[in-house]
Design a protein around this ligand. Structure first.
Ligand code: NAD
Length: 255
């Protein structure tokens, strides 16, 4: 059991990658704090999966794009579970629009969840490590789009690129507090965020053709990398991005 006696908070854990991370780490003994916008059937299903994996957890709902709520989620997590060892900043959204048509509302929504939310969750978490000898772990679910352009998703790319630089800066600032911070950057993963892609056979075939591994990723592919970064095996790893993309990012072919 690689995560025994660890408390792990996963944001956006009501479905998709966040849910897979919750159940995979639970299967290694972690107590899981499940965050999502609301306590609903989705979050309760994640809790059932966590329990089915042989561990336990709780749901602390709240919108991570609100800084006051970020502080409340972390404070409640620390008092409810007696501490939090690992923070997984997974909650994320995307909005599709040509640059000329992007609205301020959509730009703000993406930045506030993906970047500001991760920033202030991380700050509230790290503040609890002042003057303690405990070890902490932060794992951000970024994207290949922290590196790779994605036309019509410019605000999404900016948010993930910002997450990359946040992670690199904080690997330096948080090391003295005993906290490591790394990004896990998925390629194309089969989750509800890709619903329209998964329902479009032609688009799906074109994308799969660009993935050297010849398939989309599964949420479990991402969760396994998070498990490693959260475990003692990754004690000396900080400031890094681990790509989980079947080779998508570096695939370039001459026609
Ligand atoms: P998803 O849409 O299936 O799940 C995201 C979850 O986050 C949802 O349950 C949603 O309710 C929650 N959420 C949204 N806004 C929130 C907020 N303000 N506060 C709390 N929770 C909130 O998405 P997914 O595919 O599981 O993606 C998870 C993460 O992985 C995201 O950060 C996404 O950018 C990243 N990612 C996904 C893919 C992919 O192909 N699926 C690829 C690269 C990166």
């Amino acid at each position: 059991m690689r995560m025994q006696n660890n408390v792990v908070l996963v944001t956006g854990a009501g479905q998709g990658i966040g849910r897979a991370i919750a159940s995979r780490l639970a299967s290694e003994g972690a107590y899981i704090i499940i965050n999502d916008l609301y306590e609903n059937d989705n979050t309760r299903e994640t809790l059932r999966e966590v329990q089915g994996a042989g561990s336990n957890g709780c749901i602390i709902a709240g919108d991570v794009s609100d800084t006051v709520i970020c502080r409340d989620i972390i404070a409640e997590g620390f008092s409810w579970a007696g501490g939090i060892d690992v923070l997984v900043n997974n909650a994320g959204i995307e909005r599709n629009a040509e640059f000329l048509d992007v609205t301020e509302k959509d730009f703000d929504a993406v930045m506030n969840v993906n970047l500001k939310g991760a920033f202030f969750m991380t700050q509230a978490f790290a503040q609890h490590f002042r003057n303690t000898k405990r070890k902490g772990r932060i794992i951000n679910i970024s994207s290949v789009h922290e590196e790779l352009p994605f036309p019509h998703f410019t605000s999404y790319c900016i948010s993930k690129g910002g997450m990359k630089m946040m992670m690199r800066n904080l690997s330096i600032e948080l090391a003295p507090l005993g906290i490591t911070i790394n990004n896990v950057a998925p390629g194309a993963i089969e989750t509800p965020i890709n619903k329209s892609l998964l329902n479009n056979p032609q688009q799906l075939a074109e994308l799969t053709h660009n993935i050297p591994a010849g398939r989309l990723g599964k949420p479990l592919d991402v969760a396994n990398a998070v498990l490693w970064l959260a475990s003692d095996e990754a004690d000396y790893v900080t400031g890094s991005t681990v790509y989980i993309d079947g080779g998508l990012l570096w695939n370039y072919q001459e026609q």
